[in-house]
Structures are given as C-alpha cells and as structure tokens.
Write a new protein. Sequence first.
Lengths: 210, 462
Amino acid sequence: MGNVSGNTYGLTILSPIIEDNSLEICHSMELRWYLSRLPRDQGSPFAQLSSTYLARLVVMDDVVFVGLPACEEHLKSRYLVFETNFDGDLDTYLRRMATETREFVDAVWGHCAGFPGTGDVGAFVSYMKKCQVETTFFFADVNDGSVESTLEALRTQSELAHFMEKHQGTPAAELQREFGRFLERLRKTPSLPRGGDGSQDIPQERRPHD
Amino acid sequence: MTKIDVSDIQGFALKGYNFPHARYLLLELGEAQAARAFLLKLLDVITTGERWDVNKKPMSTVNIAFAYRGLIQLGLPLASLLSFPLEFQQGMRARSDILGDTGKNGPQNWDIVWRGSHVHAWLGVNARSPGALEDCCSDMMRLIAETRGARVLETQDACAISVGGKFSTQEHFGYTDGFGNPDFKGAERGYVPGQGKLDELGNWQPLATGEFLLGYADEAGELAAAPIPHLLGRNGTFMVYRKLHQNVAAYRSYLDEKGAQYAGGKEKLAAKFVGRWRDGTPLELSPDQPDAAIVADDDQNTNFTYGDDPAGTRCPLGAHIRRVHPRDSFGFNGGLVNRRRIMRRGLPYGEYIPEGQPVKDSDDRGIIFMVLNASIFRQFEFVQQQWIEYGNDAHQGNDKDLLLGNHEGRGKFVVQGTTDPKNPPFICGGLPNFVELRGGDYFFMPSLTALAMMATNSVDPR
C-alpha cells in the first residue's frame, strides 16, 4: 500500500481552494499569507500533534508549462497540498487534527471548497479522505520506530555518550554502580515535551553534546 | 583526454606553487577606468598555468581574483553581473548562517577589513625567497601607484613553517598538510594514485575538468553556472578565501589532557583526530605508528580507501580527512563524493611556536585557507555545511569536525576502537573551537582572456 511504510503513514491531500471573483483578496492569497506566518518551531500546530514527523502545506496555483514539446495543461482549480508523515492510522490522526488543532484547521481549510468545518469531526474525516490521493513510493526512514521512541532514543544516545565520556577509565565496579545510577536517572526523566526533543530545556551542565 | 589551454588559465588555479612565501594584497579598486588600466598592466605579469621548463622556475608569481563588488566597480555590464551564481553575488558574509560561521566565527568577530564591503580584489604574490617577495610586491605597488587603479586595504603575509632549517608543509598544530589535491583531466601533473576519483575497478582516475574550471563538463556532464558571455567564465574558477585563526594553546592543552587518558597515547590520539599521524602517515595504511617511508612515497601517501575499515577502528569515521574526502566511504564507487571535491591552497601565517614552548591563543597565527572550485555552492559550501559543521553523512550525528568545527565548548568526537588495549574506543567531549574564522570572501578568478576583456572594457554579454 502506497500510503504506509512500516509504522508510518504518508498522507497526501489535495483540497480545492475556493474561487470567488467577488472578493478583494482571493482565498489563495489569504491562505498563503496565513501559512507564511505559521510558526515552524515548537509553536507549530503540528507540534501539538505529537505523532507527526513532518508536515508541509503548499498552495498550488496551476501546473507550470515548461515549453514545447510539453503540452499545455491546467488544473481545474487551485489546490492546497497537504503532506504529512505520522505514526498510526489515518482516522486517529485526522480526528486529532480536528480536535487538538481545531483553530488552525478551520483557518486553513476554511479557504477550501466543501470544507465542512471541525464541529462535526466525522464529517471532517470524510472530507479529508475524499481529498486524499495515494502517496505512492512512500518511504519512511525511521526504522519502524515512532516519533516518541525516536526522540527518546536520540536523547538516550546523547545522554549515554555524555556518560561514557565522563566515565572513561573508571574501575569496573564503580563504573557498574555509576551506570546503575545513570539508568535510574534516565528512567525517572520525564517524557519529552510535545513538539521537540526538549534539548533547550536541559540545564547546561547536563546538556548532551549536541 | 581533455585538452586545456594552460596559457589562458591562472597558474594558481591549476597548481600549488609550493613557494614558501606569500603576500595577499586586499585591494579596493579605484575608478573603473583607472582600475582597468591597472589590470591591463597586470596582464603582462600574471602567472599562467604553463609548465616551467627546467631552470626557468620564476622567483615569484602573481595572480588576481575579484569579489563581486570588484566586478561592479570595474563596470562589467549588468547582464554579465547578474549571470554570476547567487552565492558569489552574495559573498561569504551573507552566507554565514548556512556555513555555520556564527558565534565566535561570526562576521561580527572578523578582522575589520572583512567586516566592510571594500575588498574588491585579491592579489596573490607567491615567492621563493623573502627578497623576491619584496621585489614583486614593490612592482605591484608601483603599478598601483602609476595607474591609481587600486588602494591596498591590507596585506596578509603567509609563510611556510620552517622545521630543522627547511621549509615544510606543516601547520601550527604540527600536522603535515597539503596531501591529496584532486587530480582532474587536463591538469598536467604527475599521476598520483588517490587524488582523483575511483573507477569501477577501484583504480584512481582524474575528475572531470568542469569540477574545477568553468566552461568544461563536470562529473554530471553539465556546465557549472558561469557568467555570460561564455568567454568571461571559460578557464576561470571561483575561489574561497578564509583566514583561519588557530588556537594553538587550546589545542595543545586539550591534546595533553585527553592524550594522558587515552590508552593509545597522545600522538595516536592526535592521529585519530585527523586520520593521519602528525608526520602525514595515513592511519589507514599504518594504524600503529608513523612511517616516514609511506609519507615520502607518492604511490602510497594518498593511495588508500576506507572500505576495509567500515567501523572506523583504524581511521575514525569522524576524522578530519575522512570527513572532507570520504573516498569510498559512501559506496557507489565514490559517486556521492565526486561532485563535492575542492582544490585547496594555503599557507600558515604568524610565528610558529614549537611544542613545549609557551604559546597563547591570542597570538595572531593560523592558516590562510583557499579553495578553488567550479561551484562554491555545490562544492565548498556543501563540504563546509554537511561534512565540517554536521556529522550525519559520516554517521556521527550532530558531531562536527574536531579541528574546524564551531564547537563552542560543547563538541564531541568519537574514536572508534577495538578490544586491543592500545586501540580502545574513546570519547572526547567538551571540545572548544581550535580554529576560528577571522574573515574572508568569495572571489572569481578569471582566465587571461577574461582579464583582458575586463581590462579593455569589452565584456559583451549579447
């Protein structure tokens, strides 16, 4: 199946943008303006959806004519292209979008034809599925992990490298004791905050060498 | 075999002169007409890539390259100016974020001459003796004064380090440098295995000419972006100039501290940092001790691959030479590497302080590092961003190049090891910046034909 690679789902959605010649500023312009101001860091709405690897939103006006011998073609409308890679199944992700990032979804898809709003989650899920195209040739380079497990693994790797560096040459018995303490500390470390590996929050002296 | 017109190409672009003395004059060009008059006079003295017959080796050489602002000052037509690659138009300072030239290496900490926008041209004089250097530079100053074509903003002297009364290729940290510049088609040089690219049979072949000179096909069979008209770019190349300050005290104390902890000993750790023992012996060929016979043998000193050392237990995966010239490390017979090669030039500046003597990081010493390549974006900037300031391709995560990385005290370097007690795994943490950028820029080094066109105001982009 072209939309799934391992545990990762690669979603591609093309939503037609509303054409309304009576407006002073067209929907695609408004949408571009809104998207250009979206935060791309931990404040991104996709940071709220913790199972997201990456997401991209593009306003596509038309296909580009590249000159002969290509034939000139046009799309039936402008489209919003939405691509995202995430853990788990499609329904759950779309439901989370509608409930956890409602304001963002309404602001974006409100410019798209046929968007039912997020008030009726079921209708939103059906709408998005109707706009879905198969991703094809999708490959997720994440070793069948999840966003959470990958971030945890990276943090563990970083902490372990720091531990190894600090304890090189330590006698075996002491090293074992220290390693036990290290593991204990690692277990007690709170889960990572959504939307990042939290490295900014680790105090300087304990900050992994990133 | 690609034939190139060596008499049209600046010698600096074709070969390292191996002269021990150099002075780089950083010029602000005068009024366009005067600047052109200066270039016209220079044409007679520019050193080309022609071979030097026996006993005809000159005492000094002269080469010139222009920053984008210099080309504007010379009054090149707008259509030609706009046809230069974007990164060259922007210059190195504007590219500092993507190059990792931030913090201590950021433009705010550069030498004053590089903070402004006045360096229009680089005039490079290399010489065999101090007297020849002074003579040649006096000639240059006279040309400048006669034509009023330029003003010298600053001069940067550089000189090979003398070891045992003889000039060497050693740099301030004590490593023998300057091995293995890439071989390319048309460059008339003796065949040195290990300097070009690998073919399917594992033999070394010269790279495509277009990787280093404009107007020729590159490794993809394409022409690198070059200015119009074609003649303006052809036989020219782009040069990156970087003044790299070396914190010798920091390097030595770090190596002393970590070398005392590393079971292989200090010198072996120094070798692991770079991938060569400090005398130049490649770790791949001699992992346990330096071997002067290998260093002296051109059939061996750059003739190695990493295929038999995938875990980096001989030469660490993050060692300097393995990062910047990965050879066969990425598979595909080096196919992922051949378009990321750079030609290097350079000489140390500042006083060399032998090991064991007091040395300060604040002393003015380092290396003037210059890169020649057809595409600064594809070659130098890629190497700097991906292989120096990042470690993913080398499977080293976020780790940066130990020597050149902008670590800011948080760097880490992993020495992969074995169960051999003399070759254990080892982690170096808390890396400071051993090298700091003090300025530089991107330059265009035109052919003699292009220089003549510029000097006679006959660049015609139509």
